[in-house]
Design a protein around this ligand. Structure first.
Ligand SMILES: C[S@@+](CC[C@H](N)C(=O)[O-])C[C@H]1O[C@@H](n2cnc3c(N)ncnc32)[C@H](O)[C@@H]1O
Length: 243
């Protein structure tokens, strides 16, 4: 199971730059406007920056995550703890989205999560999630400055093992301060499936694909660039059609 022991104030600076978040929110904004969806739920919001920008753009957002580790401005937004693998009644929304969430799940959990999310979205409404079909998506080294101090996030180890339909990607990132102290560790793993497997999980969970917005993942800048052609990553837009 994916987990991080990098504190939120550092995690947000290293992995969730406003530049990255802006890119993702531009995609979400277009999709939800097209659907006329205003009341949205975000699953696995993490530090909450995407939700904050969506709120600034005028959407009504409920942030959710299995744990509340929101940081900074996102702490002022409505939030509920919600485990997408357990499901449960949390309301019905015009649309929903999850970034960096489906990627951490095994096939079975992905199907479970997609089925649970289906119950949270109105009939005909959209659910958007991103998926990265490649393995080497953790940055080798990232330098950030926080309150006058330098921090370096270093990829210390990574391994890739074959599994059915893809690979299991294991890695260890250590964040060190300017005195060499380790101030955060992310030592974890997640499966990376190929496109066919993801399409199969979508079918099995009963969602219909509305559209696929292709993107290229830049592991150095740690953000997406949209692509006109099929690429290593995608924002997958699903529509909740009742069979
Ligand atoms: C890789 S982080 C992505 C965070 C954020 N969405 C982003 O794009 O930066 C995965 C997030 O999923 C959350 N998460 C893990 N398992 C979950 C579950 N079963 N239900 C809801 N959220 C979960 C974690 O707490 C974490 O915030």
């Amino acid at each position: 199971m994916w987990e991080t022991k990098i504190p939120p104030w550092l995690y947000s600076r290293i992995f969730v730059s406003w530049k990255r978040v802006n890119r993702e929110v531009e995609v979400l904004e277009k999709v939800f406007k097209k659907f006329g969806a205003k009341r949205l739920i975000e699953l696995g919001c993490g530090v909450g920056r995407q939700g904050y920008l969506m709120y600034k753009k005028g959407f009504e957002i409920l942030l959710t995550d299995v744990a509340d580790w929101r940081f900074g401005v996102a702490r002022n937004l409505p939030f509920r703890k919600y485990d997408v693998l357990r499901g449960g009644d949390i309301g019905v929304f015009d649309g929903g989205y999850a970034l960096g969430l489906m990627i951490i799940f095994t096939y079975r959990d992905m199907v479970k999560a997609l089925k649970n999310v289906k119950k949270l979205i109105v009939e005909g409404g959209p659910f958007v999630f991103d998926y990265n079909f490649t393995t080497y998506n953790e940055p080798r080294e990232v330098n950030v400055k926080v309150r006058g101090r330098n921090y370096r996030a270093l990829l210390k180890r990574e391994t890739v093992e074959p599994i059915v339909g893809g690979v299991l990607y294991k890695y260890r990132i250590e964040v060190v301060d300017d005195e060499g102290n380790i101030v955060g560790v992310e030592d974890t793993a997640y499966p990376v499936y190929n496109k066919e497997v993801i399409m199969s999980a979508i079918r099995e969970s009963g969602w219909k694909i509305e559209t696929i917005i292709w993107a290229k993942w830049d592991p150095i800048k740690y953000l997406y660039t949209l692509s006109k052609h099929e690429a290593d990553s995608a924002f997958i837009v699903l529509k909740n059609l009742v069979e």
